[in-house]
Each structure stands twice: as structure tokens, then as C-alpha cells.
Ligand binder design. Structure first.
Ligand code: SIN
Ligand code: FE2
Length: 212
């Protein structure tokens, strides 16, 4: 769909190797949200501690063989959920298929996600500019699915100080970045207090990665 500025949101290039696929996951919204609830019943959302000792405002959990975790010792992927001492819940087939389809649409063939980080933002939560660089293999893209309340995605550059663009991410939007854009700094601006029929005041984000 075209917006006022004539941009095609169904395939909006952000940079070489990066694009927004507006509404790509819209039809899967209810199934994805059901799956998130099922996963969170086993591996609950929690506010992780940063290596510097701060509590993250975004609550997180994971699905898949590996999960992304943070604590005083650093950031890493782990097969075990430190909260439960058990393996993370399996990645639902709909997650795997959606992320592979999105990657292929963005011209990254044969994406095979091992980890799905699930972020839950409440009003006031934010994610500062960062690079996704805890993965051993940077050849594979990042696939990021937005659900619920709108967010302002910060899309920066190769350097932390590059001034970020702000892109509104809506329920059902997918962003894919890899290749020359794989280490682009990105983040989420402070979430506004608002409401979405499917998620109330929350925003959820699924981030699919090949971690090893
Ligand atoms: C992330 O960078 O890990 C999440 C981005 C988002 O919530 O859209
Ligand atoms: Fe990230």
C-alpha cells in the first residue's frame, strides 16, 4: 500500500541488504500471538540483567534450540533457559516457515533460524541502539516480526554515532537485514502508551537468527 509519500510499504528498501516487508505477517498475527502465549506459559517473560548490571526494560523469552540470554557474565546463546533449567520451547513450525519465507522474499535464500528471541515491550520500554553480533555466523540475515502496538524503529548505520532514521513498525510488519547491512546499528524508541486490539498496551517482536 502506498502512503502519503508514495513509498511502497510492502517492499521498502532501507539500505543495501535491508528492507521492510510491510504487513508481511499480518495474516499470521493470531496464530503467532497464540504461539507466544503457549511459549511464555513454559518459558516466562523476564527482564534480563545487562552485563553492566542494569535491568532491561524489555521482557524476553525464547523459542528454538538456542535462546539469547544476558547476565553479569555477558550476552550469549544458551540451550538452557536459566529461569527454568530446561531447554527452550520448540520453535513452532509457523515461526520457522514465516521467517524463511520473509528471508527469501528479501533475497536471502535458505535461511534456517535456530533461535527466536521474543521481546515484549510495555509502555516506556525501549531498546538502545545496538548491533546483533552475538551470532557466530554473520552470513545469515536477521528476520524481525512486529506485533501489537506501533513502535519507532531506529535504523542507524555502521557506527553507533550515525544518526538513526525512525521508521514506524506496525502489527504484522517484518524487517529483514543481512549482507552489507548485517551489522547495522538499530533499536526501538521508547514505546508510547497506546493500545492495539490484539495485544492491549504491549508490543511483541520476534527476532529470528541463525546463531551458530
Ligand atoms: C531487536 O533489535 O532485538 C528487536 C528489535 C525490535 O523489537 O523490533
Ligand atoms: Fe537487535
Amino acid at each position: 500500500m502506498d502512503d502519503l509519500f508514495g513509498e511502497d510499504r510492502t517492499f521498502l528498501p532501507l539500505d543495501p541488504g535491508a528492507c521492510l516487508l510491510g504487513g508481511f505477517a499480518l495474516a499470521n498475527g493470531p496464530v503467532l500471538l497464540d504461539a507466544i502465549a503457549t511459549i511464555a506459559a513454559v518459558a516466562p517473560f523476564r527482564h534480563l540483567e545487562t552485563p553492566g548490571g542494569r535491568r532491561m526494560s524489555v521482557a524476553m523469552t525464547n523459542a528454538g534450540r538456542l535462546g539469547w540470554v544476558s547476565d553479569r557474565r555477558g550476552y550469549r546463546y544458551d540451550e538452557i533457559d536459566p529461569c527454568t533449567g530446561k531447554a527452550w520451547p520448540k520453535m513452532p513450525l509457523v515461526f520457522t516457515e514465516l521467517s524463511r519465507h520473509a528471508a527469501a522474499t528479501a533475497d536471502f535464500q535458505d535461511f534456517m533460524p535456530e533461535a527466536c528471541l521474543i521481546n515484549r515491550y510495555e509502555p516506556g520500554a525501549k531498546l538502545s541502539l545496538h548491533q546483533d553480533r552475538d551470532e557466530r555466523n554473520l552470513d545469515q540475515p536477521i528476520v524481525s516480526v512486529s506485533l501489537g502496538v506501533d513502535a519507532r524503529f531506529l535504523w542507524g548505520g555502521e557506527k553507533r554515532l550515525d544518526r538513526p532514521r525512525r521508521i514506524i513498525l506496525q502489527h504484522g510488519d517484518v524487517v529483514v537485514w543481512g549482507g552489507p547491512a548485517r551489522l547495522t546499528f538499530h533499536g526501538i524508541d521508547t514505546l508510547d502508551l497506546s493500545s492495539h486490539p490484539a495485544t492491549g498496551s504491549f508490543r511483541f517482536n520476534l527476532t529470528f537468527r541463525k546463531a551458530t
